[in-house]
Design a protein around this ligand. Structure first.
Ligand code: BGC
Length: 704
């Protein structure tokens, strides 16, 4: 690739760093240089020198763009096509926060695999996924796009997604290169407001926020996207510490860095770059390779190099990485790689893929509450009310290729059992004849929650209670004495204190193409729920941020009877979440006993094993997620009260006991200091095992 690089003019090299929208290539610029095109300071030369394309709709469009590009470009280096394939291409899978609720990383791999197979038929080569941002604040709309609050769980899921997309090599047909995002700390946007500033200590960054991105890169992700936010007062897109010191020097990442949408130009609004030229200079110096959507490199990099303000070697390094990625994708051999309408017709939205989507959905519902009403009796007469009763908008945000009208509604899947259905959000919308119908039902299903567009990018909320007075529907069911089951749809944890009177609550998130069919299996008990929350549900917005792996403080709250007033607590609410991280019920009860350690002393070069017996008391067979947490009692800096270090999802038949074994190694006991140094502490540790972060058996051991 070096030889090719050396044949390029400076302009051509700079072009490789530009990523533009596909329509720009198709437009006839001699007719129209206006609006968006003018704003971007584009002309035909710039467009036809650029290196990659953002978002592509179909094989046909890709072929058209690539053909036009190649016939207009001197060097004939193919364009690379990138897109947001977040939880599926056309077969849509559970949104990432839902997928993480399955605690089954094999499903993440499966969704990524099918997404890659489907998306690549339209000539997409790179997906902007997985999002490995840690979310501790449910106000943030993008909670829905990630795997929750925990570094370990998020890391395992991000890793599996990368493995699924890239599979046996990005050169092979049907595989995509993965671009992990948003580097770094985007999920820590202050007050949960999207794009807001981020204040993270180095300790927070190293221990909680960086590990999941790192795991995705260690799994081989070929690209990484910078985040919109600042870190230490410097926009991540021009952040030398992140893009060079961490990525290149420390982690030895040799892949491509890319900005987020327009984020290089946004450094001006941040007050970090004086103008577009300054933004370009700061971007390339900090280590940003591809500029997505804005065009400061195209406009100014040549001047900056000619005036020696920017070293040509920086440009060459960046271009080389991009050319190598194109080479590894096999684009030089086949610029139209993937684009194949016939294949698309065969595999996209195939029954087999849709079945897989249902398989993933099944494991991702979280049963939050159940007084025994679930599973439902097949013979029951059902009323379904709420905004999702007859809605097809259950595939969730970020599914832009997904066909919204394609899916069954909840009412449709229950068919004849449904005696009344209505999309009301508020009890006051029900007429007296509606009420008479409701009275005839044996059970009311309340399909309520947030609309899909109430979470996602730029969709933060300051109030995370149920919108539109939907809680009144639960009150109504209670008032008329009908059992009711809440089917909660949301892209973030909600405060649901005013619906806890429901007989059961099922966290449905947005499950994708087979949302309703999978939900029916859960409600009727064909499938025993096995999902666990990947993120804490608070009791009140005032408790936020609330997460399980917090520090102990010097005055921890023990319990009321302790009688101590001067402890870390609120006057008006306790410190506990409504539903903790790792929590989720089953139709069975699992009993944990016999926690055993192979030794209560561990040395640096040894491991110890931890075993526990899990008995399924019945009455159903089912999966249980056995979670292992550790606590380091005394550290060189304070350590969390518990940290997830391992988990296993195990099938246990009713009345069966299984013994589950984990191994603890020094790596599990190690952590990073604010300096970036990895250390461990000799001394006492606590190991905790159970089926939720607050339901744990424990035992101590020491490291010597
Ligand atoms: C989002 C990214 C996305 C990009 C490209 C941005 O607005 O923050 O997550 O990958 O757009 O669509």
């Amino acid at each position: 690739m070096k030889t090719l690089l050396n044949t390029l003019t400076i302009k051509e090299k700079i072009g490789q760093l530009a990523q533009l929208s596909p329509f720009l290539f198709i437009k006839n610029l001699s007719v129209e240089v206006a609006g968006y095109v003018r704003e971007l300071h584009l002309d035909n030369d710039k467009i036809f020198s650029s290196g990659s394309v953002l978002g592509i709709g179909s094989a046909e469009e890709m072929i058209q763009v690539q053909q036009k590009y190649l016939s207009n470009s001197r060097h004939k280096i193919p364009l690379m096509f990138m897109a947001d394939i977040i939880h599926g291409y056309k077969t849509i899978f559970p949104v990432p926060i839902a997928l993480a609720s399955s605690w089954n990383p094999d499903l993440a791999k499966l969704t990524a695999r099918i997404s890659a197979l489907e998306a690549s038929t339209s000539g997409i080569h790179v997906t902007f996924s997985p999002m490995a941002d840690i979310s501790r604040d449910p106000r943030w709309g993008r909670v829905v796009e990630g795997f929750g609050e925990d570094p370990y769980l998020s890391g395992v899921f991000a890793e599996s997604m990368v493995q699924g997309y890239q599979n046996d090599g990005i050169e092979k047909p049907g595989n995509l290169a993965a671009c992990v995002k948003h580097f770094a700390g985007y999920g820590a946007s202050e007050a949960g407001r999207d794009y807001n500033s981020v204040e993270l200590s180095r300790m927070q960054l190293f221990q909680f926020y960086l590990p999941a991105y790192k795991k995705a890169l260690d799994a081989g992700a070929r690209l990484i996207m910078s985040a919109f936010n600042t870190l230490d007062g410097i926009p991540c897109t021009t952040n030398n510490f992140l893009l060079r010191e961490i990525l290149r020097d420390k982690w030895k990442f040799s892949g491509v860095t890319i900005s987020d949408y327009d984020s290089l130009q946004q450094t001006i609004a941040h007050g970090y770059a004086l103008n577009r030229k300054d933004a370009a200079k700061k971007g390339i110096i900090a280590g940003l390779d591809i500029e997505m959507a804005s065009t400061t490199y195209l406009s100014f990099l040549e001047d900056l190099i000619n005036s020696k303000e920017v070293d040509l070697a920086l440009l060459d390094d960046a271009v080389l990485r991009i050319l190598e990625l194109k080479r590894d994708l096999g684009l030089f051999e086949n610029p139209y790689k993937g684009a194949d309408q016939d294949l698309a017709a065969k595999i996209v939205l195939s029954e087999e893929n849709l079945d897989k989507s249902q398989e993933c959905a099944r494991e991702s519902f979280v049963l939050l509450q159940n007084n025994g009403i679930l599973p439902l009796d097949f013979t029951k007469k059902i009323a379904i009310i709420g905004p999702y009763a007859n809605s097809r908008k259950t595939i969730g945000p970020w599914s832009w290729h997904g066909l919204r009208d394609y899916h069954e509604t909840i009412t449709e899947v229950f068919a004849k059992q449904v005696i009344f259905t209505s999309n009301v959000s508020d009890q006051n919308e029900l007429s007296s004849s509606d009420m008479a119908e409701l009275e005839k039902a044996d059970v009311i299903l309340l399909a309520i929650g947030e609309f899909a567009r109430e979470s996602g990018e730029a969709h933060s909320r300051s109030d995370i209670t149920l919108p539109r007075n939907q809680a009144s529907l639960v009150a109504l069911a209670n008032r008329i004495g009908k059992p009711c089951v809440v089917l909660l749809h949301n892209g973030r944890p909600l405060v649901i204190e005013n619906i806890l009177n429901a007989d059961a609550i099922v966290e449905c998130w947005f499950m994708g193409s087979r949302h309703a069919l999978a939900l029916k299996e859960i409600l009727l008990g064909k499938v025993n729920p096995s999902g666990k929350l990947p993120i804490t549900f608070p009791k009140s917005i005032g408790q936020v941020p609330l997460y399980y792996n917090h520090f102990n403080t010097g005055r921890p709250f023990i319990n009321e009877s302790d009688g101590n007033e001067y402890v870390s607590k609120y006057l008006d609410i306790d410190n506990l979440p409504r539903f903790p991280f790792g929590f989720g019920l089953s139709y069975s009860k699992f009993h944990f006993s016999n926690l055993k350690l192979s030794s209560d002393i561990m040395t640096k070069n040894e491991s110890i094993s931890v075993s526990i017996d899990v008995f399924n008391e019945g009455p159903y067979d089912g999966y249980e997620v056995i979670q292992l947490y550790l606590r380091d009692y005394v550290g060189q800096i304070v350590r969390p009260v518990k940290e997830l270090k391992a988990f296993q999802k195990i099938y246990i038949a009713k009345q069966e006991t299984k013994t589950i074994t984990f191994t603890i190694t020094l790596a599990d006991l190690s952590y990073m200091l604010p300096s970036g140094e990895t250390v461990h502490d000799n001394g006492e540790f606590c190991v905790m095992v159970g089926n939720s972060s607050n339901e744990l058996l424990h035992s101590n051991f020491s490291l010597r």
